[in-house]
Design a protein around this ligand. Sequence first.
Ligand code: ADP
Ligand code: FBP
Ligand code: MG
Length: 525
Amino acid sequence: MGALSPAIIPALLAAPRTARADQALLTSVSYAKRRRIRRRIQVRAEAAKQATINFSDLDWKSKYQSDFEARFRIPHITDVIPDAASYPSTFCLKMRSPISSEFSEGYPSDEAWHGYINNDDRVLLKVIRFSSPTSAGAECIDPNCSWIEQWVHRAGPREKIYFKPEEVKAAIVTCGGLCPGLNDVIRQIVITLEIYGVKKIVGIPFGYRGFSDTSLAEMPLSRKVVQNIHLSGGSLLGVSRGGPTVIDIVESMEERGINMIFVLGGNGTHAGANAIHEECRKSGLKIAVVGVPKTIDNDILLMDKTFGFDTAVEEAQRAINSAYIEAHSAYRGIGIVKLMGRSSGFIAMQASLASGQIDICLIPEVKFNLHGPHGVLNHLKYLLERKGSAVVCVAEGAGQDLLQKTNATDASGNIVLGDIGVHIQQEVKKFFKEMGQPADVKYIDPTYMIRACRANASDGILCTVLGQNAVHGAFAGYSGITVGICNTHYAYFPIPEVIAQPKVLDPNSRMWHRCLTSTGQPDFI
Ligand SMILES: Nc1ncnc2c1ncn2[C@@H]1O[C@H](COP(=O)(O)OP(=O)(O)O)[C@@H](O)[C@H]1O
Ligand SMILES: O=P(O)(O)OC[C@H]1O[C@](O)(COP(=O)(O)O)[C@@H](O)[C@@H]1O
Ligand SMILES: [Mg+2]
């Protein structure tokens, strides 16, 4: 978010609210209102942050930076167990034959180069130096847009580990909806754990539910079991929404003797993982809880992208191309493709940009009208007259203000959205029928075909690195963390920082403007 004008800060802060009150407000209002309120809450939080900074203090920058460093500090086992012992890492960077015991007691400490990550290594979070708050996509701390370095912790294997591999029982759980790459991450976690020397590795079946449903048995995992699982989509372990309470999960982990848990999921799953981590801390348990963000929508904060997103954009090309061929081959044909993206239009935008076949891209972050002189329908009429066909790409969360509210939620408490794709299809048909003009409308929803795909090469690599780094993080004694790619480098983040709110597309960003340039669409308001 750009810098706020100092003049509006006092007004925004005039009615301070608590997080609980904000939440209550959010659950009691309509979807459209909720988005506006969320934006206000976000603006207020930003205002509060800026208001607490005294820019006339010559030291404000270094104070801001130390505050940032504290926020992004990654929790460690020694925070609750100060005397937890550390050992030389059993993850050796020198290759050895699996049957050799050359480094079984740890890596020789007299080596000049060992290639581990130093705990003080950092990755730069923001790499653009904006010279003005009016620059496209500017994120400024102060009204002058001063350059302030923001560093996050570099991911990777450490020289010292806080768990003896023979004492580890590691578990992996996959929650939420499917996403290409889940099997790749599971595979890499298992392989890396084995390299450290862990023998007890299990999969928890069907998400958090597997912790409470006694009819579901743990799945023993080994390199042999996971060797080829990345060749198909889905999750070897199964997924689910909803499930037991955090206390029940922690009790179940204790009963099973699990002391390392790898949680693969989106914002909901990570909220759960962080709550599990906090519960373990409260009880003084030596358990490492490490997340790997799984969100096909790409809506987790601070990361370049999440795994599965790239595959989704690539697979969406097939649906868009089919819609284009259908529309182009029909007399006055209109193709409509609905893509995933509950609150963020990243898949719709990138897929539109990649295909070059989209005339209208609609995303949750940008309001639009269907009807009226500047509406989508009138533009479709213009496109049919000008070029004979048109293709629309709409994100599932777009235009929810145009739909009847269902007030329904899924088992995890996520709002069940109205079907904007079907709505647009019906409105387009009605519009042309009422005008007495022909229009051949074809609608494609490829959601589940995309989600069930196996990861493409680029996601396969991302999953590999994330899975390995998750294990390195747990062995290094970190907990309540998640791993992501940041300016092409890999970093550990404290979970709350990446799920504070869904990452949304900035309508003032260069990328959205590139998309608009490519489609040639006007503003539909
Ligand atoms: N705030 C929360 N605290 C604890 N667990 C949560 C929370 N939100 C969701 N969960 C749990 O996380 C799992 C996945 O959540 P869901 O929202 O369906 O998917 P995703 O993780 O992809 O966002 C579910 O089992 C759900 O019960
Ligand atoms: O049909 P389901 O399983 O509820 O999933 C639908 C949702 O899954 C997603 O593809 C991904 O959602 P999650 O990240 O919460 O798993 C959304 O875009 C979509 O709304
Ligand atoms: Mg979610």
